[in-house]
Design a binder for this molecule. Structure first.
Ligand SMILES: Cc1cc2nc3c(=O)[nH]c(=O)nc-3n(C[C@H](O)[C@H](O)[C@H](O)COP(=O)(O)O)c2cc1C
Length: 187
């Protein structure tokens, strides 16, 4: 297995972080990997925002939890409560990939997912623990959304596409077991 395949196979979603923030050099290399991603027609409708201010991360976490708690379906809220009650698992750092609507509508989500995966694989390659966090979008979904977008310096017309938690693992977790039945070979 080469280094790239090894990083892909060993990547895992970290849900327990130490307080240590990754260094500037690591964070810039990780962000660079995000904007190095391919995008349809090379539109690059993304903006990678590195958030190292834990107080903002905590405020966004609290706002997201408030919104999750107010939902009629309590399943997701209960799931997070069982995992410690923190949407962002106390990660000391996160990247928000902000995105702008593309044509055709929705294509920006595919670009965003590819950029986010570049980010987590780059982080893993540098020993920086990480987790894709779709719930990051909750922080921007309520009344405090515009304030967070302003504090995070979202460019005009951009929305939250994806959050990626970053830090160092206080505990490691095994990656999921790939289901081999999900591969079909024709011919
Ligand atoms: C688009 C996307 C959004 C995700 N959002 C969350 C999330 O909000 N909270 C969470 O705990 N895990 C989240 N995850 C992590 C998945 O639960 C995890 O990737 C999956 O369980 C497989 O485990 P592994 O990443 O350790 O292999 C997300 C993963 C992806 C790809």
């Amino acid at each position: 297995m080469n280094d790239t395949l090894k990083i892909i196979a060993e990547r895992f979603s970290c849900r327990k972080f130490t307080d240590q923030i990754p260094g500037e050099k690591e964070l810039m290399a990780i962000a660079q990997a995000g904007i190095q991603a391919p995008s349809g027609m090379n539109r690059q409708h993304w903006h990678v925002i590195i958030v190292k201010d834990k107080s903002i991360i905590d405020e966004m976490d609290a706002e997201g939890m408030k919104i999750l708690a107010s939902m009629e379906n309590k399943a997701m809220y209960e799931r997070i409560m069982e995992r410690g009650g923190k949407l962002f698992y106390n990660a000391p750092c996160m990247i928000v990939v902000a995105i702008k609507e593309a044509f055709p509508k929705g294509a920006e989500l595919i670009d965003c997912g590819i950029a986010a995966q570049n980010i987590v694989l780059a982080a893993s390659s540098l020993g920086v623990a990480n987790m894709h966090c779709g719930f990051a979008g909750l922080a921007f979904a309520g009344s405090k959304g515009p304030e967070f977008k302003c504090r995070l310096k979202f460019p005009a017309g951009y929305e939250c596409g994806m959050g990626i938690l970053l830090g160092y693992a206080a505990e490691t977790f095994p990656p999921h077991l790939p289901n081999q039945e999900k591969i079909t070979i024709i011919g």
